[in-house]
Design a protein around this ligand. Structure first.
Ligand code: AVJ
Length: 323
């Protein structure tokens, strides 16, 4: 521990109360198609497993996005201009924001909105250590629900940053609602820099979610361990199996946990019955065409000003403005 002064990031905590998580989980497991939200992947272990996923040979997304950003971050920073505040949604370990902060001219603030509190605090403190002139704000929140963003000091413009193709977790209508929130947050002269994964060969897509090392399977199953701990449930992880398939008609990867037998799971005083082969939907990962994404953006009041892709057109980073 250093004895010198360390700038501390401001933490604003809207972590959902356990009662809300319980109601949400029970509601999802009461539907005909049982489902659990992918936001529950990200406990400490899940966040760590996701970091491992980003380094897998099959998981092209993170490394491709990173290379696109590296190649074009100067141009991105020029479009944003000086004295910007950057607001990152789903900041994770907070590696990508640094690429931007290093190129932006005199950025004034960095705000991270993230549901995983441990991840958020570590990343915000590391950022505060490395960027002492920045106003650093850590907002622990589920950004799919309404939350209040505190006023941000004298920024000339706000840039919302939403990398990683996390937008792909949301079906079109929900994605539009979320983009509308980001449009609001960015404000009149604001912009959105967003990562969107692109439609491609089925085999490449399915391999990215069925890695040979089994990390994605572990990540998927860990959701049950998280719920066991959070809600005193008794999911037996050995009785469920990871499944990820590309649904071409819907343009999305679908991840499931498949019950291996007939079983009853307890969540506090509630019982959930599974038949053999019954599946819990845990995640969608939508893949877009450039035209499809532009249409989605337009429904949220955005116009695509610039798109960067890799040479194979596997992934895109897009600069959207109001219009
Ligand atoms: C963080 C939502 C972008 O959909 O690719 C990775 C999460 N799930 N492997 C994705 C994920 C399985 C990831 N996102």
């Amino acid at each position: 521990m250093q004895s010198t002064f360390r700038a501390a990031p401001r933490l604003i905590d809207f972590f959902p109360p356990r009662t809300e998580i319980r109601a949400d989980v029970l509601d999802g497991l009461s539907q005909v198609q049982k489902k659990l939200s992918p936001k529950y992947f990200y406990d400490a272990r899940g966040s760590h497993l996701f970091e491992d996923i980003t380094r897998l040979p099959e998981y092209y997304l993170t490394r491709t996005e990173h290379s696109i950003m590296q190649a074009s971050v100067t141009e991105m920073a020029r479009l944003v201009g000086p004295n910007a505040a950057v607001i990152e949604f789903g900041s994770g370990a907070g590696a990508k924001i640094r690429l931007l902060l290093d190129q932006l001219l005199n950025p004034v603030a960095s705000v991270a909105v993230e549901i995983s509190r441990d991840h958020l605090l570590d990343a915000a403190q590391a950022l505060a250590d490395d960027y002492p002139h920045l106003d650093i704000l850590a907002v622990c929140a589920d950004f799919t629900r309404p939350f209040e963003l505190p006023p941000i000091s004298n920024a000339r413009r706000k840039l919302v940053f939403f990398p990683g193709s996390t937008i792909g977790n949301f079906p079109p209508d929900e994605a539009v609602s979320l983009l509308k929130v980001m449009n609001q947050v960015a404000g009149r002269d604001g912009a959105l820099l967003i990562g969107a994964d692109l439609v491609k060969d089925n085999h490449l897509l399915e391999a990215a979610y069925n890695d040979s090392a089994g990390v994605t399977a572990e990540f998927n199953l860990n959701l049950l361990a998280h719920i066991n701990r959070e809600l005193q449930a008794d999911f037996d992880l050995a009785s469920f199996r990871h499944q990820a398939v590309y649904n071409k008609a819907a343009g999305r990867i679908e991840m499931y946990l498949v019950s291996q037998c007939e079983q009853t799971v307890h969540i506090g005083d509630r019982r959930i019955v599974f038949s053999p082969g019954e599946r819990i939907l845990t995640e969608y990962a939508y893949k877009y065409s450039l035209g499809g994404f532009a249409d989605l953006a337009a429904r949220a009041g955005f116009r695509v000003e610039k798109v960067w892709t890799d040479s194979q057109k596997h992934f895109s980073v897009q600069y959207l403005v109001r219009g």
